[in-house]
Ligand binder design. Structure first.
Ligand code: PLP
Length: 400
């Protein structure tokens, strides 16, 4: 028997957001065509034209030059290319450059390559602390840089945190680093389409973007690299993307990526207003009725689509599963290692204790979100929290 049709309330747009109809149309059209963008015949030249038009359009959406766009397989690859590429090119020019400055709240796609460079290549990681709202202080960056500028490889600081939504002072940090000729990378995966992002105005050397977070397809992204910034390639092969990133280009995906980015950037201001209003209703509705529920992250300088809340005396995982059973899809925001839920490294870096970090839920809104979604959460959250609390108490009883 087919189960009754149930409308899913999808509030996990930071994990991935549905593709925009115009992006699906572009992708579908180009999937029906053949041509390797490196081939010299007519079909190849057609594919090349599609890629170059996508590059121009994406560059215009991001405030960059077309020659600064390096297409990748997504945000993770772009972050790896930025960190490893900057590391090896900076070290080749001066072997003293071994310090990587980064915050403890970066996404794993940034954290893990940095830790890999420390384990395998002799990098020295210098952690930038964050306050209880998840903010890095430009003064701390200045202090770390000016202590010994000649030993800094690069600085990396995300534009917006993917868990708690806090925005970071990336332009200020880039200005400080620039005084000493030190490159800055920013992971802007969660920021594009949510807040204004202009690569040239930011003044960074490299910026990571991912298509599936802004209405484009999975498996495509870009690293925007300033024209004077040197990067050592990490993928070797056919020499595509100016030798920085070898591999046959995914023509349909790049076309759809550019269409989605153009749409997301064009509608950013209106969507930010709409989503802020819905988000604020959600936050007020939860914190006003659930005892001990608190908003995490910066209450003002935050992504318009992000509501990250911590609940007392219950596990985020229980809340997630109980909401899921009611057709409401959210996230705890934290990693799950081998089936064991770990408290989020972001919340621990912000000074949360283990219990509060474990009792967290992330609601992220997007272009399909409506007032009905918020109402559904507000109706469900009270009974769900009560059940999660009693489940927690039963577990405590069983363990002791
Ligand atoms: N950086 C941030 C801040 C993210 O949120 C994500 C995805 O969750 C990534 C990088 C990885 O991007 P992708 O899924 O395209 O590899």
């Amino acid at each position: 028997m087919t189960p009754p049709d149930r409308r899913t309330v999808y509030l996990d747009h930071a994990a991935t957001t549905p593709m925009l109809p115009s992006a699906i149309e572009a992708m579908t059209y180009h999937l029906t065509r053949t041509g390797n963008a490196s081939s010299l015949h007519g079909s190849g030249r057609c594919a090349r034209r599609t890629v170059e038009e996508a590059r121009e359009s994406l560059a215009a959406s991001l405030g960059a030059q077309p020659s600064e766009i390096v297409f990748t397989s997504g945000g993770t690859e772009a972050d790896n290319l930025a960190l490893k590429g900057l590391w090896w090119s900076r070290l080749a020019a001066d072997p003293r450059r071994r310090r990587i400055l980064l915050s403890g709240i970066e996404h794993h796609a940034v954290l893990d390559p940095a830790i890999w460079l420390a384990r395998h290549e002799g990098a020295e990681i210098e952690w930038l602390t964050v306050d209880e709202l998840g903010r890095v202080s430009p003064d701390d960056v200045r202090e770390a840089v000016e202590r010994e500028p000649e030993s800094v490889s690069f600085v990396t600081l995300m534009m917006a945190n993917n868990e708690v939504g806090t925005l970071q002072p990336v332009a200020d940090v880039a200005a400080i680093a620039r005084e000493h000729g030190i490159p800055v990378h920013t992971d802007a995966v969660q920021a594009i389409g949510q807040v204004p992002v202009d690569f040239a105005e930011l003044g960074v050397d490299a910026m990571t973007v991912s298509a599936h977070k802004l209405g484009g397809p999975y498996g495509v992204g870009a690293l925007v690299v300033h024209k004077e910034t040197q990067l050592t390639p990490i993928l070797h092969g056919g020499g595509q993307e100016r030798d920085v990133r070898s591999g046959t280009l995914d023509v349909p995906a790049t076309a759809a990526f550019a269409v989605a980015a153009e749409h997301a950037v064009k509608h950013q201001a209106d969507e930010a207003l709409r989503l802020t209003e819905l988000r604020d209703l959600l936050v007020a509705g939860i914190t006003g009725t659930i005892e001990g529920a608190l908003l995490s992250g910066d209450p003002v300088d935050r992504l318009p689509n992000n509501a990250h809340l911590s609940f007392s005396d219950c596990e985020g995982d229980s809340l997630l599963l109980l909401l899921d059973a009611r057709g409401i899809e959210v996230s705890t925001g934290s990693a799950c290692n081998a089936g064991v839920a770990e408290p989020s490294h972001v919340l621990l870096a912000m000074g949360y204790d283990d219990q509060r970090a474990r009792g967290s839920l992330r609601f992220t809104l997007g272009h399909t979100s409506t007032r009905a979604d918020i109402d559904a959460v507000l109706e469900a959250i009270g009974p769900v929290v009560d059940r999660a609390k009693s489940a927690g108490l039963q577990n405590v009883g069983r363990n002791t």
